[in-house]
Design a protein around this ligand. Structure first.
Ligand code: CA
Length: 649
């Protein structure tokens, strides 16, 4: 009797809390956000299928015109609507996207006047929310001093995080540039190297499932943020560090009122499929301008990754044009120092030569400027409106296809504005844009039609520079589809078929690649960017297997569909991607034991002819044609540092 009374009381109390708070369910009612206040302080929590994914977590922000994190009361009028949208996005994961969500706008008042709205969008696996800050009297602008927004996880949750770099550290004081190694299945309660963690951040919530946290819709009207780790499972929004950008520009964002913060996003899954397949970074943003020119996404080669700075010279670039032409690829990337080692006039000649072979140029630029010591030229072009537009007009005249801009100064609002300005100007002159030494893209694939991809990852250059990174290549590759590449296009510049990372693939010189050739093919599918400059070299036409070269000639760089099949970050990963009616199923393994699995292909008719690329136990690859069995499964074995690809034509 006593027990049932207690139970009734518990039900009543939870019922009361439920009644007081605002519930925002997903269209399928499985994902639920609860928003409420406790003694004037706002908070929210997130459940999926009745299971807790985020505990009561803080909300609110403090600005130089008021503290909107306490003494708040929630308005009783909640504006609700449903959002149903279909859009095309050729550049990433799936070309045709449907977004359905429930939106609720929760107003918070202070002294009976609205000061803050929280706008929530809840779709079946994603929560996105942002703040709207109201003007106050004649005050029409404010500086946001601090955002209280946090994400609180249950004890026992493990983390998959990339530490933020120390500002003005690393090569030529170019950090932070999102080039730190991830830790996997780590415990909570740390704060990286003392500077927090970059987005996106993945958490495994005990046996409940997975949560990916990021942000989207960041442009010149705000700074980019990251997460700080605290005790008790709390991770909170942090703004850039004052030292970034050599101390220039404010660390705190300024907004015009009424004004909005970027969207904070939370992707929730009982499995990793919703994490790998999420489109939330693109769902809640809109294109900021129309593409003035047709954007054509291409494959290409670049000499720099094997041959480095000294080979950005005319003859080597010409050789790479011939190489791209032989591969049926449409571009080469002319990397750093072309301004002094080739010169503008000879670039014009090179562009003309390329066009005679059906190969266009991407040109590298230093973003500097005044934010770090990166010495490579061309400098002083992309940071200046006048120089930039003059240079872009020249590029358009000689038929250059795109630019790769490197060595940005950090995450401050002033730098976000520079990214946006470069993209906007490049669009005027028909140029695609790749960023390197840079921040994470935040919805930019959809916001900027001519945006291609960003590095913001420990990329192929580090394989050239460090044997240790080579030894961990498979480990890192099994992480990216779940985290970095899950929220944005990633310019990795990989898929090397050289055995050694040197100019001629000479044995014993430079770092040794420990992964297999099939692994290289698999990462061409696993890592996504709509323009890929692969790390293949002209010598590979002679020293790499014919089946590997043929595969690299034909692998797509844009996809109509992406499906998670199996994996665990840091251990192994298997994905399927579709282009038209062709499926590419790819996987790699970083674990010491041979990974044996039955790959199920329910989307393919049994009896269909498949091409299977796989490794034997000593990482020797081969390709064979088989017919898909009646059970629609293919038996696969992946040795450590190996991979597989099943191609369904
Ligand atoms: Ca870099």
């Amino acid at each position: 009797m006593k027990k049932s009374l207690l139970l009734l009381l518990a039900v009543l109390v939870s019922g009361l809390i439920g009644a007081a708070g605002v519930k925002i369910p997903s269209p399928d009612n499985k994902l639920v956000v609860l928003v409420d206040t406790k003694e004037g302080t706002p908070f929210y929590s997130v459940t999926y299928n009745g299971k807790e994914f985020l505990k009561q977590s803080p909300l609110g922000l403090n600005s130089n015109m008021g503290k909107f994190s306490q003494q708040l009361s929630m308005g009783s009028n909640i504006e609700r609507k449903t959002v149903n949208e279909t859009y095309l996005l050729e550049k990433i994961k799936r070309s045709n996207i449907t977004y359905s969500a429930n939106e609720a706008v929760v107003t918070f008042n202070q002294d009976e006047k609205p000061v803050l709205d929280l706008i929530f969008r809840v779709s079946n696996h994603d929560v996105a929310f942002r703040y709207k800050v109201y003007p106050k009297g004649e005050t029409a602008v404010c500086v946001v001093n601090e955002e209280l927004t946090g994400f609180v996880f249950a004890q026992g949750t493990t983390t998959f995080l990339c530490p933020q770099m120390q500002p003005m550290s690393g090569f030529a004081r170019t950090a932070p540039s999102y080039e730190t190694s991830y830790t996997t299945d780590d415990e909570m309660g740390k704060n990286g190297l003392g500077f927090g963690y970059t987005f996106p951040a993945l958490f495994r919530v005990n046996n409940n499932g997975w949560v990916l946290i990021s942000e989207t819709g960041v442009d010149g009207s705000y700074c980019a943020s990251h997460l700080n780790g605290h005790a008790d499972g709390l991770y909170s929004i942090a703004y850039p560090m004052p030292e970034e950008n050599n101390g220039n520009g404010t660390a705190l964002p300024g907004i015009s009122l009424p004004g909005y913060t970027p969207w904070r996003t939370i992707t929730v899954g009982e499995t990793l499929a919703p994490i790998v397949e999420t489109t939330i970074p693109f769902d809640v943003v809109k294109p900021k301008y129309e593409a003035l020119h047709n954007c054509k996404y291409t494959k290409g080669s670049w000499s720099w990754i094997m041959k480095m700075d000294e080979n950005t010279v005319f003859d080597v670039q010409k050789e790479y044009i011939d190489f791209s032409a032989k591969m049926g690829w449409e571009t080469i990337l002319v990397d750093a120092l072309w301004d002094t080692q080739i010169g503008h006039d000879k670039i014009e000649e090179l562009s003309k030569y390329g066009k005679s072979k059906g190969v266009d140029l991407f040109l590298w630029y230093n973003s500097n400027g005044y934010w770090n010591d990166a010495p490579q030229g061309p400098r002083g072009v992309m940071d200046n409106l006048n120089n930039r537009r003059k240079e872009m007009a020249w590029m358009q005249r000689i038929g250059v296809k795109g630019i790769k801009v490197d060595f940005f100064g950090g995450d401050k609002q002033v730098t976000m504005q520079l990214y946006e300005d470069i993209l906007h100007d490049a669009n005027d002159f028909g140029l695609l844009v790749i960023f390197h030494g840079c921040t994470l893209p935040r919805g930019w694939e959809r916001m900027y039609p001519n945006y291609v991809a960003s590095e913001a990852v420990l990329a192929s250059e580090m394989l050239h520079f460090s044997q240790d990174i080579c030894n961990n290549e498979a480990y890192n590759a099994t992480i990216h589809p779940f985290i970095r590449n899950a929220v944005g296009a990633m310019d990795f510049g990989g898929s090397a078929l050289n055995e050694y990372w040197n100019a001629t693939n000479e044995a014993g010189r430079g770092n040794k690649r420990v992964t297999s050739d099939v692994f290289a093919l698999a990462t061409a599918v696993l890592f996504q960017s709509s323009v890929q400059h692969f790390a293949l070299a002209p010598n590979n036409l002679k020293d790499a297997p014919v089946w590997a070269i043929d595969f690299m000639k034909n692998v797509p760089t844009t996809w109509d569909e992406t499906v998670f099949i199996d994996g665990y970050p840091g251990k192994y990963v298997v994905l399927a991607r579709r282009k038209g009616d062709k499926w590419f199923v790819a996987g790699v393994n970083a674990e010491n034991s041979i990974k044996k699995m039955k790959v199920s292909l329910p989307m393919v008719k049994s009896g269909t002819q498949l091409q299977v690329y796989s490794d034997n136990n000593s990482l020797q690859g081969s390709m064979k044609s088989i017919k898909l069995s009646k059970s629609n499964t293919v038996d696969i074995q992946i040795p450590k540092n190996g991979g597989f690809v099943i191609l369904v034509e």
